[in-house]
Write a protein that binds this ligand. Structure first.
Ligand code: TXA
Ligand code: MG
Length: 326
């Protein structure tokens, strides 16, 4: 039985008791557990059906709380100042005194930390008083949830509660930046723009695209699976229009009057606004998947997305959605 909650204090009480509670952030809904409680952390992997123990991001109410658990250099402090609360995750060396369960960090000597920009999330984190480990609140490999209803669809009966904070404003996960090495490396493009990070950090290592990750065969970040965010239907990228039997994920002006096959059209942003498109992406994939299956369509055609600003993160998620499965 999964409770629907509106009160962050109740969510915090359950988290302190070792329960699993999904909560809203500005990016996507997270599936939270007390990061210092290894049983609770293990339950996250179980509920999601995560095949590997990918490291989880730990969430904090402020930078001081985060930096009590990791070693922050000057650059980390400058970035935290500029981006927190907000959609930037920093990977930093764990302190020896860090109480976060090793499983949460998948046994690595680094830890990913972030301060989300969402009033309910911050209220929960303040009330819990412990780091909260939270991956996106979806079944492993599926589309990240951006509403409480999505979380219920994914995880009802498998988790204790969902705190409803309405739709997520950003709609894409945080940018993950690794600061453990000689220079910063962008492990996952996301809500914080690479251009804005580079304005502070100087040039950052290039994002790992699915193609590069595949070529390298080893993944720097174990969570960066090539196939991810996958709807049930196959996804075709950079499609000028939908072919017969395909749903259409549109961006900008529609290619023409939809034929019978294009009965399922989801417009990310009619005006070509990447911020609007990011916020609607996961809901759109979910919608087209449902419509497509209902209408007996064979796939989803995704129109081209520009390669600047949030377009980088949107394209990354679409490439993973389109990647060969398994
Ligand atoms: O926006 C977000 O980041 C959301 C919300 C809930 O905060 N969370 C999220 O978590 O997207 P998840 O588990 O779906 O993605 C975490 C990513 C994975 O790609 C994982 O491999 C990487 O962060 N990561 C976590 N800890 C890491 C570490 N120590 N070193 C390298 N990568 C790490
Ligand atoms: Mg995820």
């Amino acid at each position: 039985m999964t409770l629907a909650l509106a009160d962050p204090a109740e969510a915090a009480r359950l988290l302190r008791a070792g329960r699993l509670v999904a909560f809203p952030t500005e990016t996507v809904y997270g599936l939270g557990a007390d990061a210092a409680n290894s049983r609770a952390v293990a339950a996250i992997f179980d509920a999601k059906g995560r095949p590997h123990f990918n490291p989880l991001i730990c969430h904090y109410p402020d930078a001081a709380a985060a930096f009590a658990h990791v070693v922050a250099n000057q650059l980390a402090r400058r970035l935290a100042e500029a981006f927190w609360p907000g959609p930037l995750t920093l990977v930093l060396p764990r302190r020896v005194t860090c109480p976060v369960a090793l499983l949460a960090g998948a046994g690595l000597d680094s830890l990913a930390v972030r301060v989300p920009a969402h009033s309910l999330a911050l209220a929960v984190l303040r009330a819990v008083g412990r780091p909260v480990a939270a991956p996106s609140a979806n079944r492993s490999g599926r589309i990240s949830p951006t509403t409480a209803a999505h979380v219920h669809q994914e995880l009802d009966g498998r988790i204790d509660a969902v705190l409803d904070g309405g739709p997520c404003a950003v709609g894409l996960e945080s940018t993950v930046l690794d600061l453990c090495g000689a220079g910063p490396v962008l492990l996952r493009p996301g809500g914080a723009l690479a251009e804005a990070i580079e304005a502070i950090a100087g040039p950052v290592g290039r994002p790992i695209t699915p193609a590069r990750a595949k070529a390298a065969r080893t993944l720097r970040s174990p969570g960066l699976l090539v196939s991810h965010y996958a709807p049930t239907l196959p996804v075709r990228l950079d499609a000028a229009k939908s072919d017969l039997g395909e749903a259409l994920l549109a961006f900008g002006p529609l290619p023409g009057p939809p034929g019978d096959a294009a009965a399922a059209v989801f417009q990310l942003s009619a005006g070509g606004d990447l911020v609007e498109a990011a916020a609607r992406l996961f809901a759109g994939l979910r919608q087209l998947d449902e419509d497509g299956l209902r209408l007996g369509l064979r796939g989803i055609a995704a129109m081209p997305i520009p390669t600047h600003g949030l377009g980088l993160a949107i394209r990354d998620r679409l490439e993973r959605a389109a990647a060969p499965r398994g």
